[in-house]
Design a binder for this molecule. Structure first.
Ligand SMILES: Nc1ncnc2c1ncn2[C@@H]1O[C@H](COP(=O)(O)OP(=O)(O)O)[C@@H](O)[C@H]1O
Ligand SMILES: [Mg+2]
Length: 251
């Protein structure tokens, strides 16, 4: 069964069809890139899947069950994780404390009166930090981290909820090329290791073509192509959008 199934999803803002009759399915453990020019509707699609935006039409199924109309908290509890921007991490707290806090809130625990906060979920938090290569910076305050390291902490925070589906909207924005590759390599390892489905957007075509199992192309709200790297590279509609008519395959 598909982990995520999107059926005829549409959303308009005024006269703009931001997402227009989009359907696709994503399997557990699959790394799927969603690409398309600015304004294609990628973020709007993410915001519908995680419950921030209500679709005008269509359905969203997680493990065969519709999550349409559920509030974001309920969708989060239904195993959908999302990386959030820096603001979501607390700058004065250490990297480790941030991840411990996320684990505690996912376990719906408040800091126990009988247990020091420092001990809570420490081993599990360190394990997550190792997976994103941040264990050596566990004791540093988040506020002093380099940009790429903050992104890695954000990934660890998203994983604290043990999602089955991870939504990543431009996770590598602002990163240097080597950092991008590192983050997406870690994401792919985690996806394969934990059988987590990942839907991500990314501007670097090296990352998209090098790391996605499947690629979808959105243009003006419509899904115009879907396939593996080779199929997308050779798709005439995709070439036209990126390079104009008669262009060479996307590299
Ligand atoms: N909250 C909003 N209000 C009005 N228009 C919006 C809103 N969000 C997105 N749009 C419009 O919807 C279209 C798709 O935007 P978006 O989903 O952000 O695209 P992408 O993430 O692919 O760049 C754009 O034309 C954008 O201007
Ligand atoms: Mg966007």
């Amino acid at each position: 069964m598909s982990l995520l199934r999107i059926e005829h999803l549409s959303k308009s803002f005024g006269g703009v069809k931001a997402v227009n009759d989009v359907s696709f399915a994503l399997a557990p453990g699959e790394m799927r890139a969603m690409i398309g020019p600015n304004g294609a509707g990628k973020t709007t699609l993410f915001n519908m899947v995680d419950g921030q935006l209500r679709p005008d039409a269509g359905n969203i199924l997680l493990n065969g069950k519709s999550i349409l109309g559920l509030p974001p908290r309920a969708i989060f509890r239904a195993d959908v994780g999302r990386t959030f921007q820096i603001a979501a991490t607390f700058a004065s707290m250490t990297v480790l404390q941030n991840v411990q806090t996320a684990l505690a809130s996912c376990a719906r625990q408040t800091t126990s009166l009988f247990r020091r906060a420092d001990d809570l979920h420490r081993a599990e938090a360190m394990d997550l930090l190792r997976q994103v290569n941040m264990a050596d910076q566990a004791e540093r305050p988040c506020g002093v981290l380099a940009y790429g390291d903050v992104k890695r902490v954000e990934l660890a925070l998203a994983l604290a909820n043990k999602p089955k589906l991870l939504l990543m909207d431009e996770p590598t924005a602002g990163m240097a090329p080597a950092e991008r590759i590192a983050l997406i390599t870690q994401t792919r390892d985690i996806a394969k290791h934990r059988n987590v489905g990942v839907l991500f957007t990314e501007h670097s075509m090296d990352v998209v073509f090098g790391f996605a199992d499947r690629i979808m192309v959105l243009s003006r709200g419509r899904l115009i192509a879907e396939g593996d790297a080779e199929e997308i590279r050779n798709n005439p509609k995709v070439r036209q959008i990126y390079f104009g008519a008669g262009a060479e395959p996307v590299r």
